[in-house]
Design a protein around this ligand. Sequence first.
Ligand SMILES: Cc1cc2nc3c(=O)[nH]c(=O)nc-3n(C[C@H](O)[C@H](O)[C@H](O)COP(=O)(O)OP(=O)(O)OC[C@H]3O[C@@H](n4cnc5c(N)ncnc54)[C@H](O)[C@@H]3O)c2cc1C
Ligand code: FES
Length: 305
Amino acid sequence: MSAPAGVLPAARPAQVTAPVVVADRLGGYAHLVIADPVLAQALPGQFVAVAVGDRQSSMLLRRAFSVHRADPAAGTLEVVVAAHGAGTAWIAGRRAGDELDVVGPLGTRFVLPPAGGRVVLVGGGYGSAPFAWTAQAAVAAGVRVDAVVGAGDADRLCDVDGVRAVVGAAGGQVLVTTDDGSAGEPGRVTDALARLLEEPVPTTVAACGPMAMLAAVARTAAAAQERTGAPVDVQVAVEEAMACGIGICMTCVLPVRGADGATRMVRACTDGPVIDAAAVRWDCVGAHGASVPADAVGAPEGGAA
Ligand SMILES: Cc1cc2nc3c(=O)[nH]c(=O)nc-3n(C[C@H](O)[C@H](O)[C@H](O)COP(=O)(O)OP(=O)(O)OC[C@H]3O[C@@H](n4cnc5c(N)ncnc54)[C@H](O)[C@@H]3O)c2cc1C
Ligand code: FES
């Protein structure tokens, strides 16, 4: 399928061994700059899958990271890593000069509105990582940008300064929230998003963060659309657990309603991670992954043929 007019096609992914050229911190997160010309073709919303340990590693599965920024001119791609378990702790411990085995760029990208449109970026925790870069692309395309950057607490806010530098300079609003009130305004990203959506103009929302947050963003946007009458197109970068990252293992399947009204299990790694939020069956998405709705095509309970 060819890309919509004015949208760059995604680059073909490759498996590369690439050097880490910068390893430093971005707030509470590890920040790695990786040099490779193929990875550098990534577009906002896409992700990479990074191998963990050396060839003797018992950690067989790659770990997925959304692309913080990619620069084709510099030949670099950047990721932001929260040291969560053994795999991410190993990746966060890489230093300049180390090499990483990376597959990418993978998955779908955010599709920005045409010039003159409006996008609101909503990031939770490290989900904000791609948004300074996404905002840069939007501003360059003549799109008006506002943003909400949120987290559980101040330590988990990601790249507030980066988002402010781009969105603020272009005259947009950046609202910062934390659940515990330790930075910005106390409350959820959706509280701030609801205010930004009071304006009755057609809006694209691009969101990245935990699945529960993405479901809440979808509900907030639907309520705003109902109230103001202005359409809100919500694109979410989903974070379903991924094992292969390339469409083979079916670990990442998610129930999504098609244009024909039927629900099918799609692969978040290849059909996503950026998906139309209105099509996701959020009723079947939980903290430990998605379940298969009884009415899904091919469901064991006897879904539609
Ligand atoms: C599309 C996408 C983008 C992501 N972007 C980022 C990012 O920018 N920064 C960041 O820090 N993290 C990101 N993550 C989450 C990151 O991939 C997980 O935290 C990581 O896989 C957990 O590995 P671990 O070894 O630290 O944890 P462990 O709990 O030790 O992992 C054990 C096993 O469970 C799997 N697993 C556990 N949690 C997840 C998960 N959420 N997703 C996939 N597999 C999981 C691991 O692959 C591993 O096989 C992203 C995940 C996805 C799917
Ligand atoms: S992670 Fe294997 S199919 Fe998506």
